[in-house]
Design a protein around this ligand. Structure first.
Ligand SMILES: C=C(O[C@H]1C=CC=C(C(=O)O)[C@@H]1O)C(=O)O
Length: 412
């Protein structure tokens, strides 16, 4: 499956989702939601319900349900980007040690799926996919509308507004454009991210590629889980992870930032769930580039609640927007000078039973719609009353490391 992913669009792979040993790669289009500007997850849920109704079979013969891949905008009212929900023609799923090729057949889909043999015959054999390609990409960077100093100034303005009592927390992001000498091999980038960050959820959906450590919500057989992250410390060569973890777990600024994020998730989930468990204190999640304060929330979904309803209720959490949500959303728009597009929106999959998983699209890049050599990279930081602008710039640099490393490492 990694060979398939690596081959990317050349092998017809357009969507992917990977974590640890589990993976799904998919291609072709049996159906695509024709999203309009301003639409969001609730609109997509209606479309998906109507597709599921019309499927002849909701599952393949081995019981794996038809699955759509989606990616939604951070702020549908303020973006030129469109959200995505696609039911691929075929999906190769590896789960619990079993690999299944799921094909969507029958009404209402005009295009018949390719035969299994035909599909598999077109794929590169594992291990041969890199033969002969050894030249690294040459990549340069261009600042977004704000450079690091300009963004630090916006962080300082955010702190002032918090101190003035307008809000408690705001998440501010910055963007840089990575420009390569060739069209970017998104499948290769996804593979590299997956290999370097196996504890993260790696995604590739319509030109959005990344490896997110944050699970907005997963629903599996009625069980709901959400991994809330907020509060971060960058990894430096000289300091041991234990020392960093101790510093993070005792930082009142980071603990406060984290508390807002957990509260926003628990509050949004509660109308849809019973038996919610919210641990009293966070643990420290260690990644190669950063350490995060993390809390895993679990609950039981009310009967008939699909993962898309949960996503619609949870987004945007205080990990990407702020507290209170509406005030923070306005301040993000005022200070960032950035169209976030699908960065920091939900990205993941939903199946015909309403189960699924949506991460928050962080540590990612969005392929430029007009230029396949340009990837827009994003990193954001939670700002509270005690935030220091220079420290936030350093944190945003640490959050850009996964994409920058992957870009440096891939060959064309
Ligand atoms: C907004 C981002 O991270 C969020 C998720 C985890 C920790 C965060 C923080 O500590 O600031 C952010 O809230 C990003 O990576 O672009």
């Amino acid at each position: 499956m990694l060979a398939l992913l690596e081959a990317g669009p050349a092998a017809g792979v357009e969507q992917a989702w990977l974590r640890g040993p589990d993976a799904a790669v998919a291609g072709g289009e049996a159906a695509r939601w024709a999203a309009e500007p301003g639409q969001g997850v609730a609109d997509a849920a209606g479309w998906w319900a109507s597709v599921v109704e019309r499927l002849e079979e909701a599952e393949d013969s081995s019981g794996v349900p038809a699955t759509a891949f989606g990616s939604f905008c951070f702020d549908p009212a303020r973006t030129r980007a469109l959200p995505v929900l696609v039911l691929p023609e075929w999906t190769l799923v590896h789960r619990h040690g079993v690999t299944t090729l799921v094909e969507v057949a029958g009404r209402p889909f005009a295009r018949p799926p390719r035969g299994r043999e035909e599909l598999l015959a077109g794929l590169p054999a594992a291990g041969t996919e890199r033969a002969g390609v050894t030249e690294p990409l040459t990549v340069s960077e261009r600042a977004g509308s704000l450079d690091a100093d300009g963004w630090a100034d916006r962080v300082a303005q955010g702190v002032k507004r918090i101190l003035a009592g307008e809000l408690d927390k705001v998440v501010l992001a910055r963007q840089v454009a990575a420009v390569a000498d060739r069209p970017l091999p998104l499948g290769r980038l996804a593979r590299r991210l997956h290999e370097q960050y196996p504890r993260c959820w790696t995604f590739l959906v319509d030109g959005l590629v990344g490896a997110s450590p944050e699970m907005l919500v997963r629903r599996e057989d009625g069980l709901v889980t959400s991994r809330v992250l907020a509060g971060t410390i960058g990894v430096h060569g000289a300091t041991t992870p234990e020392t960093l973890a101790t510093a993070l777990a005792s930082s009142s600024k980071d603990l406060q930032e984290h508390e807002y994020a957990v509260a926003s998730v628990a509050e949004a989930l509660s109308p849809f769930c019973t038996g919610m468990n919210v641990p009293d204190a966070p643990y420290v999640l260690e990644l190669p580039n950063v350490l995060h304060l993390a809390t895993d929330v679990t609950a039981v979904a009310a009967a008939g609640t699909s993962v898309l309803e949960l996503v619609a209720a949870l987004h945007p959490s205080a990990a990407v927007c702020g507290t209170p949500t509406e005030v923070a959303r306005e301040l993000v728009a005022e200070l960032e000078e950035l169209d976030r597009g699908r960065y920091s929106g939900p990205v993941g999959w939903v199946d015909a039973h309403g189960d699924g998983a949506f991460a928050i699209a962080l540590r990612c890049g969005q392929l430029d719609t007009a230029d396949p050599t340009t990837l827009h990279l994003y990193a954001g930081c939670g700002i509270v009353a005690d935030s220091d602008p220079d420290a936030e710039v350093a944190e945003s640099e640490a959050k850009l490391v996964p994409m920058r490393d992957a870009l440096r490492a891939v060959v064309r």
